[in-house]
Write a protein that binds this ligand. Structure first.
Ligand code: GDP
Length: 201
C-alpha cells in the first residue's frame, strides 16, 4: 500500500532545449497542458509542497522543461505550457520544439499526464494537442484541473463532455488544489494507470 503523503519530489534542473536534457531513464513521465491550466499549482499540491514549482497569475511564465526526481525512482518532466499567444515568434518556436522533440523522441517516456481545465472542454488548442498525442501512441492520464471553480453538477457535466470529445482510454482525474482529497485520488489513478499501461515493470 502506497503512503501518498510520503511521495516526494526533488527539483533537479531546468532545460531550454531537448538536446540538453539528461539521458532518458526507464520510468519517466511528462506533464503537459495549456499555459495557465494550473500545472505548477498541481505540482505543488500533489507533493504537498509550497514552492516546488512557480505559480503565476500571468500565463506563459514557465518556458523551460523542469526535471523532477520522485522518491521512488520515477522521473517527471514538467514541459512548458502550450498555447500562450503573447510570446515572440522565436521563443514560441523554441517552446513548441522543446515539447514536440521531447514527446516524439524520448525513448524512455512511459506516459503523459495531460492537464485540462475543467471549465473549457474541447478548446481548439487542446483538440490539436490531442490529435498530435494520439499519433505518438503514448499512454495518457487526463487530469481535469480547477474543479472547485464549478458546482458539483457542472463539473460532472463538463467531465462527461471531456470524455465524449476525447474518448480517453483512462478515466480523467478530477483535481482541485483546494480539495486535499484530490491528492489521494490522483496518486491512486497514477499508480493504476502506470500498472495498466505496462509502465510498472
Ligand atoms: P500553469 O501556468 O499551468 O503553471 O498555472 P498555475 O499553476 O500558475 O495556475 C494559474 C492560475 O490558476 C493561478 O492563479 C492559480 O492559483 C490558479 N489555479 C490553479 N489550480 C487551481 C485550482 O485547483 N483551483 C483554483 N481555484 N485555482 C487554481
Amino acid at each position: 500500500m502506497t503512503n501518498y503523503d510520503k511521495i516526494n519530489a526533488e527539483f533537479v534542473r531546468s532545460f531550454a532545449h531537448y538536446k540538453d536534457i539528461f539521458p532518458a531513464r526507464e520510468d519517466e513521465y511528462c506533464l503537459l497542458g495549456r499555459s495557465n491550466v494550473g500545472k505548477s499549482s498541481f505540482l505543488n499540491h500533489v507533493f504537498n509542497r509550497k514552492h516546488l514549482a512557480k505559480v503565476s497569475k500571468t500565463p506563459g511564465k514557465t518556458s523551460l522543461a523542469n526535471y523532477f526526481r520522485l522518491s521512488n525512482n520515477i522521473i517527471w518532466v514538467d514541459l512548458p505550457g502550450y498555447g500562450y499567444a503573447k510570446v515572440n515568434g522565436k521563443e514560441k518556436q523554441r517552446w513548441s520544439r522543446l515539447i514536440s522533440d521531447y514527446c516524439e523522441k524520448r525513448k524512455g517516456l512511459q506516459g503523459v499526464i495531460w492537464l485540462l481545465d475543467i471549465r473549457h472542454p474541447g478548446t481548439k488548442i487542446d483538440k490539436e494537442a490531442w490529435m498530435w498525442l494520439r499519433t505518438l501512441d503514448i499512454p495518457v492520464l487526463p487530469v481535469l484541473t480547477k474543479c472547485d471553480k464549478l458546482s458539483k453538477n457542472n463539473a460532472a457535466s463538463n467531465g462527461k463532455k471531456y470524455r465524449e470529445i476525447f474518448h480517453f482510454t483512462f478515466e480523467p482525474v478530477m483535481y482541485s488544489i483546494v480539495d486535499s482529497g484530490s491528492r489521494e485520488r490522483f496518486w491512486k489513478a497514477f499508480y493504476s494507470w502506470r500498472e495498466r499501461s505496462g509502465c510498472d515493470k
